[in-house]
Design a binder for this molecule. Sequence first.
Ligand SMILES: Nc1ncnc2c1ncn2[C@@H]1O[C@H](COP(=O)(O)OP(=O)(O)OP(=O)(O)O)[C@@H](O)[C@H]1O
Ligand SMILES: C[C@H](N)[C@H](N)CCCCCC(=O)O
Ligand SMILES: [Mg+2]
Length: 221
Amino acid sequence: MNPAYFLTGTDTEIGKTFITCALLHHAAQRGIRAAGVKPVAAGTDADGRNDDVENIRAASTVALADDILNPYCFSAAIAPHIAASEEGRRIEFATIQSACRQAMQQADLVIIEGVGGFRVPLGGDGDSADLAVALALPVILVVGMRLGCINHALLTVEAIAARGLTLAGWVANRIDPAMARFDENMATLQALLPAPLLGVVPHNPAGGSAGAAAFLQFPAA
Ligand SMILES: Nc1ncnc2c1ncn2[C@@H]1O[C@H](COP(=O)(O)OP(=O)(O)OP(=O)(O)O)[C@@H](O)[C@H]1O
Ligand SMILES: C[C@H](N)[C@H](N)CCCCCC(=O)O
Ligand SMILES: [Mg+2]
């Protein structure tokens, strides 16, 4: 089976999809056939499309079938267990595991984007941390650089370690370009997070997520 990573973040809307795409572009720029998977998406447009799924599809160099790329998609942009319940559906980890296995057979590198932060409920099979355990993959943590991220990052690494998962590395993503004491916050995170820093991605890098790839060092040196 080819390498894959479970990508999580310090919260929702902090750049998990953006960094997933940047990692996929980083791989593609090095001739690695890479694909992203978004097991659970919430929020669709009038055509039934989800932005995360479409961005990940566009950044992937291996075209996965729709049900592998995105096994579960719900209409409302809300917590997915609530969306699933409202739609009378159940998120099955076995279905997601099967999709991820197939992706890992088809692509040389697979990045699996979680949903929201690390402990988002997904229904009867568990939460997104349980999903990471079920997939038994190393984790990449995206830290959305804004006030409050130190606490969120530390709680997340604690939850990752408590489950016996490996933290492969973390990415600092500058979602708030006006963050006060950015350098001091970075120094604190580097001192406290027990994994390599895979890159510091600026706010609005030229070229979008493809341009952001230039700021990544992956795998860690
Ligand atoms: N470095 C950055 N510079 C500028 N904008 C960014 C950056 N990273 C992310 N964004 C923007 O912030 C928004 C949220 O990012 P993104 O959709 O990747 O978050 P997410 O963590 O995947 O959210 P979700 O929990 O909904 O999956 C998007 O509009 C994205 O383009
Ligand atoms: C719809 C949104 N963009 C995400 N996909 C879902 C975020 C769920 C967060 C749930 C929570 O932690 O409260
Ligand atoms: Mg996303």
